[in-house]
Design a protein around this ligand. Structure first.
Ligand code: GDP
Ligand code: MN
Length: 385
């Protein structure tokens, strides 16, 4: 799950990571009067969307007066934002964070990632942080520092000190930094994150070390260990994805027009690849699970057909634990309950496949059967056209 900046900062706060004071998070529809700002300012107004690069796309603005902060917040809420990380798509700004701004002397990049090759967490850092870290990684890869971390011990003191030297942290902030780095690793380990990023970590003109931005991605497979996190909305999920999750179906929306219903995640991935090879694009990933019964198949059809882009549905089921005749009966039963408004292509394989195909053929329902996955994919692509 990807967390918004302010959600990440709420976690940082529990770990004593130094930040400027957050003054409020406003949601679309909130009264701007809710934003209570006193003190001298300035403040920074930040669009809370799941993408970096907001700074360059108008999603980070500086306000000198409370009135200006309200005005900028009002203008930002509901705004569409396209950054270099949104793949050309516009995100709608539904929440805005307002916090104290500071004058920045230096911007540093630091993150903790999962080093899959070495099977351990690793710190990635650079003395030259800020908005162009991707470019730096390409043009000057030697300026990127990497420190592998023992997940049992966390970041060791000497490693934190070495990192502080390498990043040329001022002496005044040295101890603060080593503590910060160790806490950042702790956040990574204890939230079961796959990424914890601070870009930029800054030294302010008045000499403070501060985390100005936060990006945390947690591992969904560990959500059961984090009840508080699991209870929070998944900002990345579409309405259909949320509905599917609630009824226990693994569904991920995609950009194409061929709805796919498959049993097993591996077979579902293979189906997406095969559709692509046949010249089409899948509208979704959907794994109905191993014990797909009539109810589950009915729900899966309902979920797939909620996507208006769907022009054909490809059912690809391998009868292993479930036998093909039972699955076929399930598909027939389900398609009586759900109005399937598009061509339906079914490929069955496995135990009792002959009986299964007969049930489909005799059902009187308009089903195009395919003997192989390749044939099914080609038929689905043709039907969607
Ligand atoms: P991102 O572009 O989505 O990664 O958003 P960031 O939160 O990293 O902000 C982008 C840039 O805005 C930072 O790299 C800073 O240069 C600038 N910025 C953010 N907060 C402040 C602030 O409090 N004061 C100043 N002067 N600049 C800020
Ligand atoms: Mn940033």
């Amino acid at each position: 799950m990807k967390l918004l900046e302010y959600e990440g900062k709420e976690i940082f706060e529990r770990y004593g990571i130094p930040m400027t004071a957050r003054r409020g998070v406003l949601k679309l529809g909130d009264s701007l009067e809710r934003l209570k700002l006193d003190g001298p300012g300035p403040w920074v107004v930040k669009a809370q969307v799941l993408a970096g690069g907001r700074g360059k796309a108008g999603g980070v603005k500086l306000a000198r007066t409370p009135a200006e902060a309200r005005e900028l917040t009002g203008a930002m809420l509901g705004m569409k934002i396209v950054t270099h990380q949104t793949q050309g798509k516009a995100l709608i700004v539904e929440e805005v964070l307002v916090e104290d701004a500071c004058a920045i002397a230096r911007e540093i990049y630091i993150s903790v990632v999962l080093d899959r090759k070495e099977a351990c967490p690793a710190i990635i850092a650079s003395a030259e942080g800020g908005m162009s870290i991707e470019e730096l990684a390409l043009s000057n890869p030697e300026k990127i520092i990497k420190v592998q971390v023992d997940p049992e011990a966390g970041l060791l003191d000497y490693q934190a000190r070495q990192l502080a030297f390498d990043l040329k942290i001022p002496q005044k902030n040295f101890c603060e930094f080593t503590l910060f780095a160790r806490q950042l690793v702790k956040v990574f380990l204890e939230t079961d994150a796959s990424l914890v990023e601070v870009n930029p970590l800054i030294i302010s003109e008045d000499g403070r070390l501060l985390a100005i931005d936060s990006k945390i991605v947690t591992d969904d497979n560990a959500l059961f260990r984090h009840k508080d996190q699991a209870a929070k909305p998944d900002h990345e999920a579409s309405e259909i994805e949320k509905e599917a999750k609630a009824i226990g179906i693994n569904y991920i929306g995609l950009d194409g027009d061929i709805g796919c219903m498959v049993n097993g995640a591996g077979l579902a991935m293979a189906t997406l690849d095969t559709v692509k090879m046949a010249g089409g694009d899948a509208a979704n990933f959907l794994d109905v699970g191993g014990g797909a019964n009539v109810d589950q198949i009915t729900r899966a059809f309902q979920i797939i057909l909620k996507d208006p882009k769907v022009k054909a549905v490809l059912v690809n089921i391998f009868g292993g634990i479930m036998k093909c005749d039972n699955i076929a009966a399930g598909v027939v039963e389900a398609s009586k309950k759900v109005h399937i408004r598009v061509p339906l292509i079914v490929r069955l394989e496995g135990t009792n496949v002959k009986e299964g195909r007969e049930i489909l053929a005799r059902s009187g329902i308009k089903i195009e059967q395919a003997g192989s996955l390749w044939e099914a994919a080609q038929k689905a692509v043709a039907a969607a056209r």
